[in-house]
Design a protein around this ligand. Structure first.
Ligand code: HEM
Ligand code: HEM
Length: 291
């Protein structure tokens, strides 16, 4: 869907936006010497009202997205319009303010609007870029399939661990138990692996098992010190099972990281929108009080 957002219905909203921008510039140019450009002129008012109407319309996307029963257009159409009309605000609101940007409450609304638009650009980039990164990471599979495979792989690991001496078996079970898949939000964002493992069953100390490296290293050195042939075979299988596990966990963790990238920008876009609406109310009240 996101690839088509810009092209939606043969660039319908791009064309509409260009038309709107041309009309706004023409309106702005109708200012004359008797009435220099300003937010308070007739033209300024029209441009201010259009900007405010757009901001309300763009904010409505948050509601429209969640109203599956609505028949007013498709979410795709709304998002396409959102992107173009949102971007057009950069010019329309600047024309409204007649480029008079000072350090005051009016300008606060203006800067918040710019911040919302910039965060929107980043969101658009994410929606265009990350789905491709996601599908490259999955090479035809899906997160559910990888998770299922990890669970099955872990069952075999447990079986094979039963064929090893006690301390190795407990070490392996501890590696399974202390594998961290998702972690906190910031760990997901950084794709950080905080898996740990207990080296000794009777100790409480957990050491890092990032990327399953500790367990793989310990198993590699245990192979050469196997107690018997059966344990040597089990250790060799465990080594390849953990290598597969390492690979699968990397894919799963990267998927979670990409999904986090896809939503993290909304943590800026939405609160900034709320701040913009508040600053806009203040701006409008202030201009009417001091009118
Ligand atoms: C119904 C909507 C709006 C009305 C009635 C309105 C009204 C006004 C008026 C009367 C002025 C002139 C103030 C003066 O010169 O002292 C002004 C200036 C301005 N407005 Fe608006 N406005 C509206 C929407 C917006 C929007 C959506 C933005 C941007 C997010 C905005 C940003 C500004 C800025 C930056 C100025 C220039 C302030 C300055 O001269 O320092 N306004 N507006
Ligand atoms: C002042 C202008 C803007 C306002 C007030 C605004 C507001 C919003 C709101 C309230 C949402 C809904 C978020 C949610 O509930 O999940 C949203 C989503 C979004 N916005 Fe904006 N936005 C603006 C400008 C932009 C711009 C310029 C772009 C891109 C160039 C953009 C891109 C997006 C995208 C891609 C979404 C997500 C749509 C989806 O998840 O389907 N926005 N915006």
């Amino acid at each position: 869907m996101h690839q088509n957002l810009l092209k939606y219905k043969n660039y319908r909203y791009l064309k509409l936006t260009i038309l709107l921008l041309i009309s706004s510039v023409v309106l702005y140019l109708t200012h004359n010497e008797a009435q220099p450009p300003n937010g308070g002129t007739f033209q300024g008012y029209i441009l201010g009202i259009i900007s405010t109407f757009f901001i309300l319309l763009l904010t409505y996307l948050g509601i429209r997205k969640r109203k599956y029963s609505s028949s007013i257009g498709t979410v795709e159409g709304w998002t396409s319009a959102h992107i173009y009309l949102g971007t057009s605000l950069l010019l329309i609101a600047s024309l409204h303010a007649a480029f008079q940007i000072g350090w005051n409450i009016h300008t606060l609304a203006y800067f918040l609007m710019i911040a919302v638009v910039l965060s929107g650009f980043y969101g658009l980039f994410s929606y265009m870029h990350y789905p491709r990164v996601y599908s490259n990471n999955n090479t035809g599979g899906s997160q559910d399939e990888w998770l299922q495979e990890i669970a099955e792989n872990d069952e075999i690991i447990k079986e094979k661990a039963g064929l090893c001496r006690g301390n190795i078996r407990l070490f392996i079970l501890s590696a399974l138990e202390h594998t961290s898949m998702s972690g906190k939000f910031h760990s997901q964002l950084r794709g950080k692996d905080s898996s740990t493992v207990k080296m000794q069953a009777d100790s409480k100390k957990l050491i890092s098992n990032k990327n399953q490296e500790t367990v793989i290293n310990v198993l590699s050195s245990a192979v050469s010190n196997s107690l018997n042939k059966e344990e040597a075979i089990a250790l060799n299988s465990l080594l390849s099972l953990f290598s597969r596990r390492q690979r699968l966990l990397k894919i799963v963790r990267r998927n979670l990281q990409i999904k986090t990238y896809l939503k993290v920008w909304l943590l800026f876009h939405i609160p900034l929108t709320i701040a913009l609406l508040a600053a806009l109310i203040v701006h409008i009240l202030v201009v009417f009080i001091y009118w």
